[in-house]
Design a protein around this ligand. Structure first.
Ligand SMILES: [Zn+2]
Length: 439
């Protein structure tokens, strides 16, 4: 069904093949048009959105600040509409579905029209261009294919971009190493932990001289500076990039860092982003950490209106030295469900990880215990000492760490250094916080 609202065609900057270049005013115009179109489209096509949006009208969105008048969409809405949540087109127009690896209950499934698949490919092709690839590159894909968006996105985008794709999927380290050598692969898409494993194998078997790898694109998990340095060395890379993405917003490729590596450029003509305080639901101050909330600007099958991603990040202000005008956000700093409120300050485990990165004497594992005495909260932070580091310096190290943490978080914690391997290991959902304040 058509509405009087339209979204402008995607624009490409002079000298680029996929990446756009807008003045701030132009970008805002496009975002406004996209929000109005999305609202009209959702109201026309989706009974689920009609019930949710009440008497909202596209004409009420006069500035981007007006987006805040709209209600949030959440993962509960995705589950409620299973198997085709938020569907805003006739189901005969749905060409494809993908799902996220949701942890409990029904998976989050998202539908795609033909145009959605094309935008998805475009989104990824832009990422390859920003990562400095050319059609002469050879891209080996080591992320999951199937129901997940990762493999599909890397593949679609690469074909759109015009480079050779070698679709291997995750695991199969031996096959990967073989193909890296046989095809002269120049770029690999994988998780950072897989790249590290690969790098260790390459080192063990002395294969570096047979490789032509130059770049790696890491999806799914945020990589630490320590990890990236190790991977770069072991695989002989020039650059590694973190790519952002979510199934709700087509899949991978919503954002990627450029060669300046000062944050991830995100495609603000494909979605409008707000960053909110997950407690108050109000926008955070510029540069502060909060939850990313996205409104899609041209998604047809399952548009997003103020979708709460639960992912934490912050806007990075200013212009990027690379010249790309697309705005930037920081890498992911955790999940809003993991947020702690301590003495009135919002604290995210990702901020503690950031401080740990500055200390080569530390192993990286940590645990937070929160207690309450009277009306006052206390935090005990346990950190694992690095392997082969003497315990003699523990007290001084704890003191220095507590000072730096105070500067970074504006909160005081007691710091204790413990032996390597002492803290519980957890995979998946973080078990790094024990909150005893209500006991
Ligand atoms: Zn840049």
């Amino acid at each position: 069904m058509s509405t009087p609202y339209h979204v402008p065609a995607l624009s490409v900057a002079p000298g680029k093949r996929f990446i756009p270049c807008y003045s701030p005013g132009e970008l805002e115009e496009r975002q406004l048009a996209g929000v109005r179109w999305t609202l009209a489209h959702a109201l026309t096509g989706s009974p689920q959105y009609r019930a949710k949006l009440g008497d909202a009208h596209p004409g009420d969105i006069r500035t981007l600040d007006d987006v805040r008048k709209l209600p949030f969409t959440t993962t509960e809405d995705l589950r409620a509409g299973y198997p085709l949540p938020l569907l805003s087109v006739p189901d005969t127009e749905v060409l494809r579905v993908h799902a996220s690896s949701g942890t409990t209950g029904k998976r989050k499934v998202l539908a795609y029209t033909r145009n959605d698949i094309d935008t998805f490919a475009f989104q990824m092709a832009r990422c390859y261009e920003l990562a400095g690839l050319t059609p002469a590159d050879r891209m080996q894909v080591a992320v999951g294919y199937g129901l997940w968006t990762a493999g599909a996105g890397f593949q679609l985008g690469c074909e759109k971009f015009g480079a050779l794709t070698i679709p291997v999927g995750p695991g199969n380290l031996d096959i990967h190493l073989q193909l890296l050598q046989d095809f002269g692969t120049t770029c690999i898409g994988c998780t950072a932990s897989m790249a590290l494993l690969m790098g260790e194998e390459v080192e063990r078997h002395g294969l570096l001289k047979n490789l032509k790898l130059k770049r790696a694109i890491f999806g799914a998990e945020a990589s630490s500076a320590k990890m990236r340095a190790a991977i770069t060395e072991k695989l002989g890379l020039e650059h590694c990039f973190d790519i952002g993405g979510m199934t709700e917003m087509y899949g991978p490729g919503t954002a990627i860092d450029c060669e300046a590596h000062e944050g991830l450029h995100y495609w603000a003509d494909l979605f409008y982003m707000e960053i909110i305080d997950p407690e108050t639901l109000e926008p955070v101050r510029p540069g502060e950490i909060g939850e990313m909330v996205v409104t899609s600007l041209r998604k047809e099958a399952a548009p997003l209106i103020r979708y709460r991603t639960r992912d934490l990040s912050r806007f990075i202000p200013g212009e990027c030295p690379c010249g790309c005008t697309m705005p930037r956000h920081d890498r992911l700093l955790g999940r809003s469900d993991d947020m702690i409120i301590f003495r009135g300050v919002n604290i995210y485990p990702g901020q503690i990880c950031d401080v740990i990165q500055h200390y080569p004497e530390l192993g990286g594992e940590y645990h937070i215990e929160l207690t309450r005495e009277g009306a006052r909260d206390f935090m005990l932070l346990k950190l694992e000492r690095g392997a082969n580091v003497s315990a003699d310096g523990d007290d001084a190290l704890a003191g220095r760490f507590a000072e730096e943490l105070h500067k970074a978080l504006l909160a005081r914690a007691a710091v204790e250094i413990v032996d390597p391997g002492k803290l519980p290991r957890s995979f998946g959902k973080s078990k790094r916080v024990t909150d005893l304040r209500l006991d």
